[in-house]
Every structure is written in structure tokens, then in C-alpha cells.
Design a protein around this ligand. Structure first.
Ligand SMILES: CC(C)(COP(=O)(O)OP(=O)(O)OC[C@H]1O[C@@H](n2cnc3c(N)ncnc32)[C@H](O)[C@@H]1OP(=O)(O)O)[C@@H](O)C(=O)NCCC(=O)NCCS
Length: 333
């Protein structure tokens, strides 16, 4: 799916994020399995990650991020007409975590649902919310991305447990005077689904139901390096922009080698790339909004900045979006 914005300007008007307090270092992991800080840093760029407390579920991580995003946008929960929560680790299969958040935020007029597209979930959710606003179905949407992958990892499997962390981010989407989203490109290759999956998590019955994440790292690596480049190129072309126009590049934070590979192929200079995988690991749907929050904190998101975001993950899925940052700029209600 590909398309460029041709209707009203819609942008991100509020941004928030949250990570749990507990920091888990590579050295601690090396006490649990046969790995080392050196191996993890060299192969992934990850130095530490945040891990949720046993009692913390998805909505507990998402709520502070949502509140921060709403505050920045100057809105209350009651102003929202849409909440989409992108996650593969909801509090439970149902009710939707978005509905739990809607209740906690007092969003009495909002449609609330969860969306499952692996680590690409936040990009899919952004595109959906954009479409709802562009079509006039909604005016103020909260898009939340996050995961608590620590709850579904096999802590004896060194090939997956070193990669992931917990965290959440949220953005508010509203109609703005000018600027905002320029276009989206989303896709999926279901045939590759078995390379990153949670087999025993649904209605398919297996002889030996596996309740932890299983991954073929090499296949996912090949897929990731390919689609990060192709999706970015497609969305830029669709929007009539080139790599030189990109001020801030926010790729999915899975592995610094994947990010470096994509940036090199695309020709994006290092100073324009946002990287936080060293501190958070791969937080799945939380990755891009957390990286956006980092870019905002270090002053890189200026009014008029062209921001390219690309996610990829389970599905296998990918998604890109191009946005001209507006620093608020919402149309007064
Ligand atoms: C998982 C990943 C880091 C492995 O790195 P790699 O350089 O491809 O390493 P390989 O898979 O070739 O494995 C090399 C060796 O390291 C071993 N190894 C795997 N994990 C290890 C760990 N944590 N510590 C030490 N050794 C490890 C492997 O068992 C393998 O040993 P072998 O050669 O004896 O079989 C890499 O493939 C990757 O990042 N893939 C993408 C994963 C991803 O991003 N998933 C989420 C997408 S949203």
C-alpha cells in the first residue's frame, strides 16, 4: 500500500514516551546464558534495555506516555475520538488495551482498538489514524506504540533474549494549518511469518505449543536490511522527495548493524539518524515513538524538518512514513 497526502494537513501535535525503571545490562544477561557484553555490542549495538516489573502490563507502560502526549497537545482524554494501540503484548487478548487506556484517560467518546503488525505496528497505526482524520471520521487521535516483550521471551534462548526491551510511546494526531504527513508505504510478506513468531499464542493448535518468541535471526536480518531501504525509497519517490531532503531519519531500532546498513545504502549521513537501540534494545512498536521522543529532546525535530520513519518486523511487515514536522500548529477547535 502506498499513498501520498492529498487532503487536509494532519500532523503529530503531541508526543510522549515511557520506559520502565529497571535497567538490564549485557553483563547481567551474561550471567544467565552463554553470551557476553562484547558479543552483544559488536553484533547488535545494544548495551542495555529496560524491563517491566512483574506487575507492569502494557497499559501501565503506555498510560504515562499517553498522558504526556495529550499534555503536549493541550488535550484531555475526553477530547479524543480515536485510540489505536499498536502492540503484540496487550494486557490480554480482550478487552483491547486501547479500551483500557481509554477508560483510564476518560476518553468517553473514542473508538478504541488494538492493532497487531509486529514491530511495524506503530507505522500501521499512524497510517490508520491519518486515514480516519483525512476521511473526516476523527479529529483527535491518540496513536500508541509499545510492547512488553520481556513477558514473552524465552530467557534461556540467547539468540532472542539479548535483543529486546520494554517501552512505549504515544502521539496525538490532529488537523493542522500546514505541513504534517506527506505519505505512507506499508507492506507485508506473510510467507516470512515463520521467521519471527509466537506459535502458541492464538487459536492454531500445535502438538507442542510454543509460548515464547521464536526467531530465525539471519532471515530477519536479510529481510530488515532489504525493506528498510526499499520502503524508504518508495515513500520518498511517492512524495516527490529525495534522500537529501530528509533532515531526521527514524528507523526501527532493532540492531545498529541493520540501521547502519540501511542508512549507508540510502545515503543518509550519520548525524541525521536517530539511534537509541544501545539504551533500549528493540522495543518493538515502542521503538519509533521512543526514538522520536529522543529526537525531540535533543532539539532535532524543528518546525519544517522532514522526518522519515521506517519500521519492520513480525508478519513479516514493514512501513514508512514521511512527515514535515509542525511543532504543534493545530487548528483551534
Ligand atoms: C540475531 C543476530 C544479532 C545474530 O547476529 P549474527 O551476526 O547474524 O549471528 P549469527 O546468527 O550468524 O550467529 C553467529 C553465532 O553466534 C551465536 N549466538 C547467537 N546469539 C548469541 C549471543 N547472544 N551470544 C553469543 N553468541 C550468540 C550463534 O549461536 C551462532 O553460533 P554458531 O555459529 O556456533 O551457530 C542478527 O541475526 C540479527 O540482528 N537479526 C535480526 C533480528 C531482529 O532484528 N529481529 C527483530 C526484528 S523486528
Amino acid at each position: 500500500m502506498i499513498g501520498s497526502a492529498n487532503g487536509r494537513p494532519i500532523s503529530i501535535t503531541g508526543l510522549g514516551c515511557y520506559v520502565p525503571e529497571r535497567i538490564l545490562t549485557n553483563d547481567e544477561l551474561a550471567e544467565m546464558v552463554d553470551t557476553s557484553d562484547e558479543w552483544i555490542v559488536e553484533r547488535t549495538g545494544i548495551r542495555e534495555r529496560r524491563i517491566a516489573a512483574p506487575e507492569q502490563a502494557m497499559s501501565d507502560l503506555a498510560l504515562p506516555a499517553c498522558k504526556q502526549a495529550l499534555e503536549q497537545a493541550g488535550l484531555d482524554g475526553a477530547d479524543l475520538d480515536l485510540i489505536i494501540m499498536a502492540t503484540v503484548t496487550p494486557d490480554m487478548a480482550f478487552p483491547a488495551t486501547a479500551a483500557i487506556l481509554g477508560d483510564q484517560l476518560g476518553a468517553v467518546d473514542a473508538a478504541c482498538y488494538d492493532l497487531s503488525a509486529g514491530c511495524t505496528g506503530f507505522m500501521y497505526a499512524l497510517a490508520q489514524a491519518y486515514g480516519m482524520l483525512a476521511g473526516g471520521l476523527a479529529e483527535r487521535a491518540l496513536v500508541v506504540g509499545g510492547d512488553v516483550l520481556s513477558k514473552i521471551l524465552d530467557w534461556t534462548d540467547r539468540s532472542t533474549m539479548v535483543l529486546f526491551g520494554d517501552g512505549a510511546g504515544a502521539v496525538v494526531l490532529q488537523n493542522v494549518e500546514a505541513g504534517g504527513f506527506l505519505g505512507f508505504e506499508l507492506g507485508a510478506e506473510g510467507a516470512g511469518g515463520i521467521h519471527l513468531w509466537l506459535p502458541g499464542s492464538g487459536s492454531r493448535v500445535f502438538d507442542d505449543p510454543e509460548k515464547y518468541v521464536k526467531m530465525n535471526g539471519r532471515e530477519v536480518f536479510k529481510f530488515a536490511t532489504r525493506v528498510l531501504v526499499s520502503s524508504a525509497e518508495k515513500v520518498l519517490k511517492e512524495c516527490g522527495k529525495s534522500v537529501e531532503d530528509v533532515d531526521v531519519y527514524v528507523p526501527h531500532q532493532a540492531n545498529v548493524r541493520i540501521i547502519d546498513h540501511a542508512a549507508r545504502k540510502l545515503g543518509i549521513p550519520e548525524e541525521r539518524i536517530v539511534v537509541n537501540v544501545d539504551r533500549y534494545g528493540n522495543t518493538s512498536s515502542g521503538s519509533i515513538p521512543l526514538a522520536l521522543a529522543d529526537a525531540e529532546a535533543d532539539g532535532r525535530l524543528q518546525k519544517g524538518s522532514l522526518v522519515l520513519m521506517t519500521g519492520m518486523g513480525a508478519g513479516l511487515t514493514w512501513g514508512s512514513s514521511l512527515i514535515e514536522w509542525t511543532n504543534g500548529g493545530m487548528i483551534a477547535a
